[in-house]
Write a protein that binds this ligand. Sequence first.
Ligand code: FES
Length: 289
Amino acid sequence: MKTLRPLQTIEKLENAEALDPIANRARDLVQAVIKPGALRDILHGVPIGHPLHPLMILVPMGTWLSAAVLDAIPGSQKASAILIGTGVVSAAPTALSGWTDWSEGHEQQLRVGIVHAAANGIAVGLYSLSLLQRLRGKSGKALSYAGLGVVSAGGFLGGHMSYRQALGANHVEDVPHRVEPGWHGIGALADLPEGKLEKKLLGEVPLVVLRRGSEVSVLANACSHLSGPLNEGELKDDGGDPCVVCPWHDSAFSLRTGEVTQGPATSPQPVFETRVVGGTVEVLLPHAG
Ligand code: FES
C-alpha cells in the first residue's frame, strides 16, 4: 500500500532549509536555558531509561480528548473546562521535555520539530482561548475542537520524528541481534594502547575498547542516542568509574556497565564481557543471537 499523497509532503519538511534560521535560534536558546545537569537529564528521561516526553504527552492529549467527548454530552461544560485547564497547565512541562530532546537532534529532526512545536503552541493558544470563553459563560467548543485538530496534526509530526526519524529511539537495539552467541577474539592484548579508546570490529559490529593494564572494557561503538562514534569521544572519570563521552552530544556511558551517566542518551550501551586467552582479547555479549 502506498503512502497517502498529502502525507508525503510532510517528508519534504525534513529538507526545508528555510526553517533552519528559526530552528537553529530556538535550539541555541533551549541549550542556553536548559544547561547540562540533573534537570536536563530528568527532562530527557535518563532516570526512566527512555524519553520522558511521550509519557508527558498523555496528560494534555488525554484531557483534551476527554473534553472533546464530554463537549458532545449536554450538561458537561464544567467538567470539560476543568479538563481543558488541566491540559493547558500540563502543556508547559510537556513542551519543556520535548524541547530538551529536540535541541539535541540533527538538522532534519530540528526542521520537523520546529513545525511540530509551532502546531502544539497554536493548539495551546486555542485551548486557552476556549477556556477563557468558558469562564465567561460562553460555549468555547469551536475553539477547543479547532485545538484538537491542530494538536493532532502536531502529534502526527511527533510520530514522524519518533518513528521515521528515530529521535529518542535506541540506536543500538540491533546489536544483540547482530552478534553471534559465545566468545569471539578481537585481537592481541599487546596491540591495544594503554588508556586510549580504540575501535575494533566484531564482524560488522563496531566496538569501542579501552585497555587499562590487563583489564579490558568493551562497549558497542555506535552511541545509543544517534549513533555517534564513541571511539572518537573522550574519557572521563565519574567517581572512579571510567566513562566515555560521545563526541556528538556529550552523552556519557560507564565503560564497566554501559549505563548512561549523562544524557541526552537514555538507553544504555551494550556492554561486552571480556577475557584474555593466550594473549588474545575475547568478548562475549550476554543474550546475543
Ligand atoms: S549521538 Fe548524540 S550523544 Fe551520542
